[in-house]
Write a protein that binds this ligand. Structure first.
Ligand code: HEM
Length: 155
């Protein structure tokens, strides 16, 4: 072994030790908060979804989409929707349902039903006083699913 190697390692250690001990600036440590965190976490996401689904249930234009399902199937769909929102906004959930295209194929959802559903979602976000930035992010996130869910362009 080179006799000078231990001295060299020692010298490098002395030179770089202060850098190792320097505190990492807070800005470099902090990961930006996910949309899920900024919304307020699981309970807020679940409450938003419940409010949104409640609005859809109370709108006669959506009655046909709830027909023929058992209570447990409705509960399952609600839980899958919560999981989807949680996961899509960066939360620690697993979505185990079908992908959006497969899960809605054959329902014949129209462009105007889609617009109405997004208005209901905006109303739910307003009810929970979600800040404008986060509201826009949720709407953008979910609006992006339109091409997978809507099958008919008109009414
Ligand atoms: C006009 C808008 C929408 C209508 C009318 C609608 C209606 C439905 C219906 C009837 C089902 C049950 C399908 C079945 O079990 O055969 C379903 C499933 C589902 N929907 Fe929607 N949906 C809409 C938008 C959305 C959006 C924006 C999301 C976003 C997360 C979503 C999430 C889900 C999920 C997670 C399921 C369950 C999938 C599964 O069973 O694997 N839906 N939807």
């Amino acid at each position: 072994m080179n006799k000078r190697l231990p001295a060299l390692i020692g010298a490098l250690f002395v030179v770089f030790l202060p850098a190792l001990l320097l505190p990492i600036p807070a800005a470099a440590q902090e990961k930006p908060l996910s949309l899920y965190q900024r919304l307020g976490g699981y309970d807020v996401v679940a409450a938003l979804v419940d409010d949104w689904l409640g609005r859809l249930r109370n709108d006669p234009a959506f009655t046909k989409f709830g027909l023929g399902y058992s209570q447990d199937s409705m509960k399952r769909r609600r839980q899958l929707t919560v999981d989807y929102f949680c996961r899509a906004s960066g939360g620690p959930c697993f979505y185990t349902g079908r992908d959006m295209r497969l899960g809605h194929a054959g329902l014949g959802i129209t462009g105007s039903e889609w617009s109405a559903a997004m208005q209901h979602l905006a109303a739910a976000l307003d009810k929970f006083k979600i800040a404008p930035k986060e509201k826009e992010e949720v709407l953008k996130l979910i609006s992006g699913l339109k091409k997978e869910i809507v099958e008919k362009s008109g009414d």
